[in-house]
Ligand binder design. Structure first.
Ligand SMILES: [Zn+2]
Length: 393
C-alpha cells in the first residue's frame, strides 16, 4: 500500500465553510488557506525568512511553471535539486500547469489538440506546451502539489464553445494524469527525497473543473474529472471577465458538490471579500497576485477597504495604513512616511506595502479559520463585508 501524497482532514464545518488541515511532505497547512504567488521563484518584495516568520507564517506558496520553464528553465532548476533547493523556500509549494499563462497570451498563441504553440514573452522564441510537457516541467520543479494542464474558457463564452473547450480540458487532464503517473512511477520528480513518515515523497495531482458560467457544463466537468480521480479538485476559469455575482453563484452551485474528502481550490481568486465569500461556499484554498501586485502600485488592503497611498490626503497623516492591523509595518510606519517613499520611488514603499498586504490576507484567513472553528463564521462574514465596504481610498 502506497503512502498518501497528502493528508487531508476537515476539522470543523460551519454552513458550507470548512476548516481543515492539509499535510504535505514539507508543511502542515491549516485551511482555508491563502497561497501567496511566487511567480518567478520569488514572492516579489518578500524574503522567504520573513514569509516563514511567526508574524506572516505562510505555509504554502505558488510557483508559475510557465515563467520558470522559460527562465531559467526546468532543466536548470532540476539540476539544482528542484524549486525548493533552488529558491530556499522550505515549506509547501504548489505549481500551476502553465495553461492559464499561455492562454492569456492572446494573439501570440495557437491552440491545437496536441497543445499550445506560442511565442515567449521574453524573447519571441517559438515554444510549445502540452499536458505531457507541463507534467515533465512540474516534476522537474518538484512541488508537492501540481496541477493538470487545462484550457481556460473566457467568462462569457457561449454554451457550445464552452462545451468544446471543456471536452478538450477533460482530454488534456487525462493526458496529464497518464504522464504524471508515469513520472511518479519513475520517481522522476525533483523534490522526492524529503518524504516524512506521514506522507510519501511523491507529488499530488489536482484536477481542474471548467465550464465557464454554464452550470450544466460545470457539473458535467466536475463529475467526469472526479471519475478520473485526482488528489484534489480546483475550480478554474473564474474571475476571467464574468460578473462577480455570477462567479459567486457558480462557486455556490459547484463547490458543495466537489468531493468532501479532498481539498477544493479556487484558482486565481481574489480580493479579501472574494476569499470570505469563497470560504462561505465551501472553498479551502486560494491564490492571487493582488496583495503583492497591488502593493507595487501603491494600494493597501485594509479592514476598511482599499487605501491608495498616493493620495495627497495622507501627506501629513500620522496614522498607520490600517489602525486595526497588528503587522510590523502598521506598528512602526505612518501613512505620511509610506506615501513619501512611494512618491519618491523608493523600493521600500513596495516592500512595506507588500508586507502589510500579505499579512492582511494571511491574517484574514487566520480569523476565518478561527470563526469556523467557533461556529461564528456567518457573523464574521457579515461584519467583515460591512467594514470592508466603507472604502478608505
Ligand atoms: Zn499592517
Amino acid at each position: 500500500m502506497n503512502r498518501q501524497t497528502l493528508r487531508w482532514q476537515v476539522l470543523a464545518q460551519d454552513g458550507e465553510a470548512r476548516a481543515g488541515v492539509l499535510q504535505t511532505r514539507r508543511a502542515t497547512i491549516e485551511t482555508p488557506v491563502f497561497m501567496p504567488v511566487g511567480t518567478l521563484g520569488t514572492v516579489k518584495g518578500m524574503r522567504y525568512e520573513t514569509l516563514e516568520s511567526p508574524e506572516l507564517d505562510a505555509r504554502i506558496i505558488l510557483g508559475n511553471t510557465y515563467h520558470l520553464w522559460l527562465r531559467p528553465g526546468a532543466d536548470v532548476i532540476c539540476a539544482l535539486g528542484g524549486l525548493h533547493r533552488f529558491t530556499g523556500w522550505r515549506r509547501a509549494m504548489l505549481t500551476d500547469s502553465g495553461g492559464f499563462q499561455v492562454w492569456s497570451l492572446t494573439g501570440l498563441r495557437k491552440i491545437s489538440e496536441e497543445g499550445v504553440e506560442f511565442r515567449s514573452h521574453i524573447d519571441g522564441r517559438q515554444c510549445f506546451l502540452s499536458p505531457e510537457i507541463s507534467m515533465e516541467a512540474q516534476a522537474a520543479l518538484g512541488a508537492e502539489i501540481v496541477m493538470a494542464f487545462d484550457e481556460c474558457a473566457p467568462g462569457k463564452l457561449a454554451h457550445a464553445e464552452t462545451r468544446k473547450s471543456m471536452e478538450r480540458t477533460l482530454r488534456w487532464e487525462a493526458r496529464s494524469k497518464n504522464r504524471f503517473d508515469e513520472l511518479q512511477a519513475e520517481s522522476a520528480d525533483a523534490g522526492r527525497n524529503c518524504g516524512t513518515n506521514e506522507v510519501s515523497g511523491a507529488q499530488a495531482l489536482f484536477g481542474i473543473v471548467q465550464g465557464a458560467t454554464h452550470l450544466d457544463l460545470r457539473r458535467e466537468s466536475l463529475a467526469r474529472t472526479v471519475e478520473m480521480g485526482f488528489d484534489g479538485y480546483a475550480l478554474g476559469g473564474l474571475s476571467v471577465g464574468e460578473e462577480k455575482e455570477v462567479m459567486y453563484d457558480v462557486i455556490a452551485q459547484v463547490a458543495p458538490e466537489m468531493p468532501r474528502s479532498s481539498p477544493r481550490y479556487l484558482m486565481g481568486v481574489g480580493t479579501p471579500e472574494d476569499l470570505v465569500e469563497g470560504v462561505s461556499r465551501g472553498i479551502d484554498m486560494f491564490d492571487c497576485v493582488l496583495p503583492t501586485r497591488n502593493a507595487r502600485t501603491g494600494q493597501a488592503w485594509t479592514t476598511e477597504g482599499k487605501l491608495n497611498i498616493k493620495n495627497a490626503r495622507w501627506t501629513r497623516d500620522e496614522r498607520p495604513l490600517d489602525e486595526a492591523c497588528a503587522c510590523s509595518v502598521c506598528r512602526r510606519y505612518s501613512r505620511a512616511y509610506l506615501r513619501h517613499l512611494y512618491i519618491a520611488g523608493e523600493m521600500m514603499a513596495s516592500i512595506l506595502l507588500t508586507h502589510h498586504n500579505l499579512f492582511f490576507f494571511l491574517d484574514t484567513m487566520r480569523r476565518v479559520r478561527q470563526a469556523i472553528r467557533f461556529n461564528e463564521f456567518a457573523k464574521f462574514r457579515r461584519e467583515f463585508l460591512t467594514r470592508s465596504a466603507c472604502s478608505a481610498e
